[in-house]
Ligand binder design. Structure first.
Ligand code: SAM
Ligand code: SF4
Length: 330
């Protein structure tokens, strides 16, 4: 059955990305400024509020929820929240995007809590570079986390790599080797201009087509029409049928016509499009109407009617959206 949540262009919304925190133990160069101020506690939704919104969206047709952040695994109580959301009747899958730093200890509890799939960010396999990109991250910790996740029983694990000239573009093939040798998927992402990070993003821009050419020099690629309900386009490798290679190309291959998603920030703002500033304040309604969800649902439906047709990111990457990715629920 199609979701009853529909936007003004007839797109059914059945995918919710929920940010459970804006905080993070990393400060990735494309995501955050070096000096970040995080939200004060009272502005952040409580676990019960996050659950109430998840339940409301699922009752109205959302089939997939991705928990993200910031770093979702630094939010206290995250495992309990996953357990509650995973069993909502009608939800097909609960998934998560994480930087992997906490997975050594949390992969198994997450799988036990009902999280079906993980996306784990990995931008480099070299200790120093990894540190330079994440500013605070330890590569060995993340690699142990990936190992722990690989044996925890998730249906799939996908690595996410933001490709940047001068930082990690020369590692594309090594990252593919790493993924396929472990039976993991990997997606390469074009950097998006969200937030002012103190440099021009155009200088490091790397198109998905260029990334694909690098991989094609080493592997035989087989085009694939597969969809994961997200914006990635996939190829398979002839000799490694277990892995998929994805390309997320907000600049070079606009994916908005099939958009099926909205994002919820941890302040309770419903973002209708990653590339636009307009949003609906659900926190105020949550707190004003503790007993009834009707005003919330009305506000969500009214907001969806004005969901933009598409983002307007352009190569050269000037900032069009002032919010940072960690505040958007990446
Ligand atoms: N902390 C978790 C992580 O890093 O996986 C989840 C949140 S993070 C904001 C989600 C994804 O957004 C990551 O894969 C990250 O690489 C990606 N990301 C962050 N800023 C980005 C940007 N400006 N352009 C493209 N991708 C970005
Ligand atoms: Fe943290 Fe993820 Fe942003 Fe990196 S991309 S700073 S890990 S939220």
């Amino acid at each position: 059955m199609e979701s009853s949540l529909q936007d003004g262009f007839g797109r059914h919304i059945d995918y919710l990305r929920m940010s459970v925190t804006d905080r993070c133990d990393f400060r990735c160069v494309y995501c955050m400024a070096e000096d970040m101020t995080f939200l004060p506690r009272q502005q952040v939704l409580g676990l019960e509020e996050l659950y109430r919104l998840a339940a409301l969206f699922v009752r109205n047709g959302v089939k997939k929820i991705r928990l993200t952040g910031g770093e979702p695994l630094v939010r206290k109580g995250i495992i309990g929240l996953c357990e509650q959301i995973a069993v909502l009747p009608g939800l097909r899958e609960l998934v998560m995007t994480t930087n992997g730093s906490q997975l050594s200890k949390m992969a198994q509890p997450l799988a036990n809590a009902g999280v079906k799939r993980l996306n784990i960010s990995l931008d480099s396999l070299r200790v120093e570079r990894f540190r330079a990109i994440t500013r605070t991250g330890e590569l060995t910790q993340v690699l142990s986390g990936i190992n722990a996740a690989s044996t925890a029983g998730f249906e799939r694990i996908k690595l996410n790599t933001v490709v940047m000239q001068g930082r990690n573009a020369d590692e594309v093939v090594e990252l593919v080797d790493y993924a396929v040798n472990r039976g993991l998927d990997i997606s390469f992402i074009e950097e998006m201009p969200l937030g002012e990070v103190g440099r021009s993003r155009g200088e490091s821009f790397c198109s998905s087509d260029w990334v694909r050419e690098q991989i094609a020099e080493r592997y035989s690629l087989v085009d694939s029409a597969e969809q994961s309900g997200g914006p990635a386009r996939y190829v398979r490798l002839k000799d490694f049928p277990d892995s998929r290679i994805g390309f997320i190309s907000p600049h070079s291959h606009n994916f908005c016509s099939t958009c099926n998603r909205v994002r919820l920030t941890v302040e309770g703002r419903l973002l209708l499009c990653l590339g636009h500033e307009n949003s609906i304040d659900l926190r105020a309604l949550l707190r004003r109407y503790p007993e009834t969800d009707t005003p919330l649902l009305n506000a969500i439906n009214a907001g969806l009617a004005s969901k933009p047709l598409r983002h307007e990111f352009s190569v050269g990457g000037e900032v069009q959206v002032l919010r940072f990715m960690n505040a958007s629920g990446g």
